[in-house]
Design a protein around this ligand. Structure first.
Ligand code: ADP
Ligand code: MG
Length: 648
């Protein structure tokens, strides 16, 4: 004797009900041979659908064993059960359970996609099946555009696309008018004649009359089981097993493509919701990118200004602290200090500095200016460049030469129009000096009055009339740490003055402080932006959870036709990631638009976009999609197929 196609022994199915259990199937023993046409009849609630679901490997028995082809199914994993559903069974439901977003052709194709069939072959086969079922001119119609009978025929095509050796039809005519119902029954009879095993659930005696074997079930117990036709089953020779699977990689790509397509369809179907969900991500990404850009821009700007203080310079001022009220009366900072400093090994160059307000005059033009007596190295130390003429040398100070270098403000004030200042003589109060150089404009203007630079000696002897200095600027050797230099200077001057009556401004330390402060600030604001991204991600998760709940019946159908858990997971994960990636792309574009807009508005904002920050934001949005999409997607994948199907 051959092994029966399907066999159940001592099968029981319990459902939890309240505190205890309700037993829906009680010790069912059943054998079905290949090629049979079985009708299961019984009152509503007698357990027909429960039996059917176990037969189709959608549900598992609570006790007893179910064999398919002599192989027990109780040890099979959910993916192996999915494979059985895909390859052996074809479901036909009372309410068709078609996917409303797909055309007739798309619906008929779904099981073949999960089976990994060659795309062209599966399309051809689905088309041929639909044509055979009289739907050749309805391939592109959506389920909503088809009559009940037509929808049921689409679902028959879907059941057959992978071969459908065993067709399980749960009340297939229940929702149909008489004529359509009869048509469906004719099709099933024809399929049986072609070798398909048909198992049918019905409560309609005329429908059951098509079958060759009648199983009557009541309260989970088989009451009677009799053959109504003498015909011997055909023995399960089924001509067409459906499209052969292609290579595993192409099958994987096909399933990914399907998941991607379904995700896009779902997003399009809920445009408004998708957009609003995306908005959270868009705002998050746009703020991360532009805040980081703004922070970087501001830092670069500040750095550029600081670099005009000169590289690695240290300024020494009289007075114990900045703003020391006695500073004006402290006269201990002298040229001798500057000379002593210049002999130190860590010092590159030193310039003394005195300055005073003067009235500068050229012909009849008068300008309130600052005159600054400086050493020859001053311009080098400060990073000031000549626009025209030359600088004075170190001899000029010794000989108290009456020469001057003027800045752009002084030039503008004293030499309006196209007058060339070089060689012209200007009066500083009563002292005539000859202009020998004009400086380039400095980007950072510290102090706003026009400045005229004269040799230190000239200023000290002829203009200021005092021997103490307003400041000393030291340029430190590049191989010496500015902190060490600052400490050495402090020690030296404290020894010379006997106590610390001076203060020190270290441009390098200042630069570092500013840099670290602005970095901290950027980090802080970025943190806030990242939090907004996180909020966006939670929004994505929320919507995905809603979406899973909404599409639970769809998930049930996909599982019934053989989708693996990973297929379902993939579909929802892709949707979440797509929302985030598209949102991220829009966010980046938005951020790139904000920069020029800010520039247009003025206010001195400068946005410096950095590619790493954009890539980071993009990676962030993808990561958020995966992170926050995973939970809803896993919920979807873990749904029980029967429960999912029942939720309608
Ligand atoms: P039929 O298809 O014959 O009308 P079913 O197999 O659908 O009957 O259901 C048989 C019995 O099992 C019914 O009493 C029903 O209430 C119960 N039942 C079905 N599914 C569940 C479930 N998921 N949880 C609890 N009880 C269920
Ligand atoms: Mg039922």
């Amino acid at each position: 004797m051959t092994t029966p196609l399907l066999r159940m022994t001592g099968l029981r199915r319990d459902y939890p009900a309240g505190a205890g259990l309700v037993t829906v199937l009680k010790d069912v023993d059943l054998e079905i041979e290949a090629g049979e046409f079985v009708a299961i009849v019984g009152a509503s609630g007698s357990g027909k659908s429960t039996l059917m679901n176990i037969l189709g490997c959608l549900d598992r028995p609570s006790a007893g064993t179910y064999f398919v082809d002599g192989r027990p199914t109780d040890k099979l994993t959910s993916d192996e059960l999915a494979a059985l559903r895909r390859e052996r069974f074809g479901f036909i439901f009372q309410r068709y359970h078609l996917l409303s977003d797909l055309s007739a052709l798309g619906n008929a194709e779904v099981p073949a996609i999960y089976a990994g069939g060659d795309p062209a072959a599966r399309r051809e086969r689905a088309e041929a099946l639909l044509a055979r079922l009289g739907l050749g001119d309805r391939l592109r119609h959506r389920p909503g555009q088809l009559s009940g009978g037509q929808q049921q025929r689409v679902s028959i095509a879907r059941a057959l696309v992978n071969g459908g050796a065993v067709i399980l039809a749960d009340e297939p005519t229940g929702a149909l008018d008489k004529a359509s119902g009869e048509e469906v029954m004719r099709i099933l009879a024809r399929l049986n004649a072609e070798g398909h095993t048909i198992i049918l659930v019905t409560h309609d005696a005329t429908v059951a009359a098509h079958a060759r074997r009648l199983i009557e079930i009541s309260d989970g117990i088989i009451l009677s089981d009799r053959r109504t036709s003498g015909r011997i089953p055909m023995g399960g020779t089924l001509a067409d097993p459906g499209p052969r699977p292609t290579s595993p990689w192409r099958a994987l790509a096909g399933r990914f493509g399907e998941a991607l397509r379904m995700a896009l369809i779902a997003m399009k179907a809920q445009r408004m919701r998708t957009l609003l969900t995306m908005l959270g991500i868009i705002i998050g990404i746009a703020s991360v990118v532009s805040v980081v850009g703004l922070g970087k821009g501001a830092r670069e700007q500040v750095m550029a200004q600081i670099s005009e203080l000169g590289a690695n310079t240290i300024d020494i001022f009289p007075g114990r602290d900045f703003g020391d009220p006695d500073a004006a009366s402290i006269e201990s900072l002298t040229e001798a200090d500057a000379a002593a400093l210049s002999r130190e090994s860590y010092v590159d160059s030193v310039t003394p500095n005195v300055s005073r307000a003067v009235t500068a005059r050229h012909r009849n033009i008068v300008a309130a200016s600052t005159v600054s007596g400086v050493g020859a190295d001053y311009f080098h130390v400060r990073g000031l460049r000549l626009a025209a003429g030359r600088l004075f040398d170190s001899d000029a100070s010794r000989t108290t030469a009456q020469v001057a270098v003027i800045d752009t403000k002084a030039r503008a004030a004293l030499f309006p129009g196209r007058v060339d200042p070089l060689g012209k003589t200007i009066l500083l109060d009563m002292l005539p000096v000859r202009v020998i150089g004009v400086l380039k404009p400095a980007t950072a203007e510290f102090g706003s009055s026009p400045t005229i630079y004269v040799p230190y000696g000239t200023a000290a002897v002829r203009l200021v009339g005092k021997t103490d200095l307003d400041s000393i600027t030291v340029r430190v050797n590049t191989d010496v740490s500015s902190r060490a230099a600052q400490e050495a200077i402090t020690r030296l001057l404290t020894r010379r003055h006997r106590f610390k009556d001076f203060s020190i401004f270290n441009s390098d330390q200042f630069r570092k402080a500013i840099s670290s402060a602005s970095q901290t600030l950027t980090l802080l604001i970025s943190g806030v932006a990242v939090i907004s991204l996180l909020v966006g991600g939670i929004g994505v998760m929320n919507i995905m959870l809603v979406s899973v709940t909404e599409r639970t019946p769809e998930i049930g159908v996909r599982m019934a036709v053989g989708a693996r858990q990973s297929d379902i997971l993939q579909q929802f994960l892709i949707e979440a990631v797509l929302v985030c990636v598209i949102g991220g792309a829009i966010g980046v574009l938005l951020a790139l638009a904000i920069g020029p807009l800010l520039n247009l508005m003025g206010g001195g904002f400068r946005v410096a976009y950095s590619l790493p920050s954009i890539l980071f934001a993009f990676a962030c949005s993808t990561g958020i999609g995966v992170l926050f999409g995973f939970l809803p997607a896993r919920n979807a994948a873990r749904l029980d197929p029967v429960e999912a199907l029942a939720r309608d």
